[in-house]
Design a protein around this ligand. Structure first.
Ligand SMILES: [Zn+2]
Length: 303
């Protein structure tokens, strides 16, 4: 297998940031900011970003990525391909994974969090096997990281207090054992930013994390954990979660809103790209303190 940068980050007690690009012009400033900080990070797109936003297609994102890629610093990842999507429709997911692999995506994520445990295991097994045959890592999700659905959500306080939808450690152990997935996206208080209607422009709620659960999940599964909904989580929670086993953090809302706001204000894609560059560099340097992490991650190249 190609080097697994998330496992490398875990060994070093660091995390790989994965920046979602719902608009193609975001790819260039993200890559440049990551390289300028001498960091290692992912450019990533989820199925809903080419369906509901404007990343257009798997091909369009890959072309844009390989146009600007700094192979020492940046990595192309396919985020959330759901078994059942946010509108409750079944997705024919295998062809998408085959296409992504052929296009040079360096890791992939299957999201079976909306189906039963058994069906999630089955789907993840299939995708992990396909990914491993191609020599790339596979991420999966267990538990419900809410936020992408259009309907109303329970109040955050209620969600956190009850731990409803949080990943269960014993289930996680069985899941990882049976699927062979490489990284596990967990629900421990993190939520996705809203993507529909007026809510999508609102500031995200400040999420908290059940850090004890993070530690339990990391120990029992023995694989790196992934935190989705990284925007809007308090810094202290994030840094502790990283020491306890989170080795990949997805960031979507924060850089999307920077892009959209700048574009609205100036009408200029170049200005909006500047806003994305600044926000990405700030996140790496000031928020996550991951400047220079290139030095501790092994070499990696496109397959
Ligand atoms: Zn996510």
């Amino acid at each position: 297998m190609n080097i697994d940068i998330v496992s490398q980050a875990r060994k070093a007690g660091l995390a790989i940031l994965a920046f979602n690009v719902p608009y193609l012009p975001m790819v260039k400033p993200v890559v440049e900011a990551v390289a300028d900080q001498n960091a290692v990070a992912m450019v990533t797109t989820a199925r809903l970003e080419w369906i509901k936003f404007e990343s257009r297609s798997l091909t369009a994102v890959a072309e844009e990525f390989y146009r600007w890629n700094k192979p020492e610093n940046t990595w192309l990842h396919l985020d959330h391909v759901p078994v059942i999507d946010e509108d409750n429709l079944a997705v024919d997911y295998m062809p998408l994974f085959r296409e992504a692999i052929a296009l040079g995506y360096q890791s992939v994520m299957i999201d079976g969090s909306r189906v039963s445990f058994e069906d999630n295991v089955k789907a993840t097994q299939r995708v992990a096997e396909l990914a491993h045959t191609a020599g790339i890592p596979c991420e999966a999700e267990l538990g419900a990281v809410l936020g992408h659905e259009a309907g109303p959500l329970p109040s955050y306080e209620e969600l956190f207090a009850t731990g409803k939808g949080f990943t269960d450690p014993e289930e996680a152990r069985r899941f990882v054992e049976n699927t062979g997935c490489d990284w596990l996206s967990v629900a421990v208080g993190n939520v996705h930013g809203a993507i529909t209607g007026a809510l999508k422009d609102q500031k995200k709620i400040e999420a908290r994390l059940n850090l004890e659960r993070v530690g339990q999940l990391a120990n029992i599964t023995g694989i790196p954990l992934v935190l989705h909904g990284g925007s809007g989580i308090k810094k202290d929670y994030l840094s502790t979660a990283i020491t306890k086993g989170v080795a990949k953090v997805n960031i979507a809302t924060e850089i999307r809103q920077a892009y959209e706001a700048a574009l609205r204000q100036t009408g200029s894609v170049v200005s909006a790209q500047g806003a994305v560059y600044d926000r990405t560099a700030w996140l790496i340097r000031d928020y996550y303190a991951l400047t220079g992490m290139r030095k501790v991650i092994g070499e990696f190249t496109r397959n």
